[in-house]
Design a protein. Structure first.
Length: 475
């Protein structure tokens, strides 16, 4: 493809995306595709000769779109958001066009320095503790996903607890870590990958708010110590996946500090809310954390693959990750004056991810991003009020930020039927969870183009479905 052809097809692709954003609402939100249907529409063999670009773009409409669930639809209320925005997508395109591999400072100084700078901006923008800034002993790094962030934090914690012994001799079977029954499954996955083993992950019971009980943590750490084990890592959550419950960081942090245990705080979606001063209390106690992560690609208008990981002390992380083979040696690394982010992550290679965060911060400004978050919290507040006033639904837990968890008053079966009915309609998409044993519907209001009218229409459809589901339950 010549640069001129690239320009021509590039314009067509940008037009396609812009049109898609304008008409995303017209598609059934949840893909209606049956298993195997997309593959069946594709030729069994790769093409021997190259094809015209227009044919590929036409296949996006004909073959791919039926198999797409529309995360960008304003009627998408399931799971968690997948925010995107013009500046972010354009920055991603620039990142692809530059094709930079930023493994070392020397392989593209701008890739490293913009990342360091923008992550220091994020510390200011979210009011995070200063110890996470690169100007002290800590610093931030962009990972792809929160799952990678927690794995890196766990490896750094293991490094600190064993003074590097694990790297040399393999995992000490006495290492134990802690989380709550509502912690994201990525923590257990990290524990398995790191060789700690699921049997050494203590999954602690919850309080009435679905948050981790500090007294349980304290007593399990003491019991484990008494048995000769080595407690070394706790993951607390600010905004659990199921209900956006917030673990009590001040108490958990004090326990970890006294016990010399690494505290990682996972704020994958909810962390973005801290850009608004009025929601910043979600981070009370964060000064205790050794590491902290949130995903701007969930709720802060940056597209996929942008998880901010901050550490209070970068040496443990670098100690866990750094191996310097001959072919990567260079004078900048030798000088000790530069950051080589390959030592802050699992893979060697890394794209110029910071461009999209940089563009988004500059395009919207802090005030634009605050308006984005406030809009969603306001809509969720309205929705929670309607649920409270309705006769067919009840709140399962108090609304937390942009998430409303509710259930049908007739019970689990009726709630399940409501979910099936509204999702089948294609007009909206909600997901579910279980809280304290109850089947619960989750309404997460966070899509970029969602307005009050969309939320109202969703509520009315839910009430309609509740009538049918309630009647069926009573039969
Ligand atoms: N932590 C929490 C609280 C989450 O809700 C999620 C995803 O929903 C994750 C971690 C995992 O995120 P990622 O997909 O970025 O690995």
């Amino acid at each position: 493809m010549t640069p001129e052809q690239f320009r021509q097809h590039g314009y067509a692709v940008i037009d396609w995306i812009a049109q898609y954003w304008q008409r995303a609402e017209q598609f059934p939100v949840l893909s209606q595709s049956a298993p195997g249907e997309v593959r069946l529409s594709l030729p069994p063999h790769p093409p021997q000769e190259g094809e015209p670009f227009a044919a590929m773009l036409a296949d996006i409409d004909e073959k791919i779109m039926p198999g797409i669930t529309h995360w960008q639809s304003p009627n998408f209320f399931a799971y968690f958001p997948s925010n995107i925005s013009g500046p972010s997508v354009l920055a991603e395109l620039l990142c692809s066009g530059l094709g930079v591999q930023g493994m070392l400072w020397s392989t593209s100084p701008a890739c490293t320095e913009v990342e360091t700078h923008v992550l220091d901006w994020i510390v200011q923008a979210l009011g995070l503790p200063d110890k996470f800034k690169s100007t002290g002993s800590g610093g931030g790094v962009l990972q792809d996903y929160a799952s990678s962030s927690v794995l890196c934090a766990l490896l750094a914690a293991r490094e600190r607890a064993t003074q590097g012994e694990t790297n040399k001799h393999g995992c000490d079977r006495r290492l134990v870590c802690y989380c709550s029954a509502q912690t994201h499954s990525s923590v257990e996955k990290a524990v398995r990958i790191a060789g700690i083993g699921s049997q050494n992950l203590r999954i602690l019971p919850l309080d009435e708010h679905n948050a981790l009980r500090p007294e349980e943590l304290q007593s399990r750490i003491e019991q484990d110590r008494a048995q000769g084990l080595i407690p070394f890592f706790v993951c607390a959550t600010v905004g659990t996946t199921s209900s956006l419950a917030i673990d009590p960081l001040p108490q958990i942090g004090a326990i970890c500090a006294a016990a010399g245990v690494w505290l990682h705080v996972d704020a994958a979606m909810a962390g973005s809310a801290a850009i608004c001063p009025e929601f910043r209390s979600i981070h009370d106690g964060l000064e205790y954390a050794d590491s902290y992560c949130f995903n701007p690609h969930k709720w802060l208008l940056v597209n996929h693959g942008c998880s901010c990981l901050f550490v209070a002390n970068r040496h443990a992380l670098i100690g866990a990750m750094s191996i310097l083979p001959e072919y990567l040696k260079n004078s900048a690394t030798d000088s000790g004056q530069v950051i080589d982010y390959r030592d802050w992550q699992i893979p060697l290679g890394r794209p110029f991810r910071a461009l999209k965060l940089w563009f988004v911060l500059r395009h919207y400004g802090i005030s634009g991003l605050q308006a984005h978050i406030r809009h969603h919290v306001h809509l969720a507040e309205l929705f929670a009020g309607w649920i409270e006033q309705s006769t067919c639904f009840a709140l399962s837990v108090p609304r937390s930020l942009n998430l409303v968890c509710f259930h049908h008053v007739a019970g689990d079966e009726a709630s399940e039927r409501v979910l099936q009915q509204v999702n089948r309609s294609g007009e909206m998409f909600l997901s579910h969870t279980r809280l304290q044993g109850r089947y619960v519907l989750r309404m997460c209001v966070s899509q970029v183009h969602t307005t009050e009218a969309h939320v109202r229409a969703a509520f009315e459809q839910l009430v309609q479905a509740a009538g049918t589901a309630g009647a069926a339950s009573a039969e």
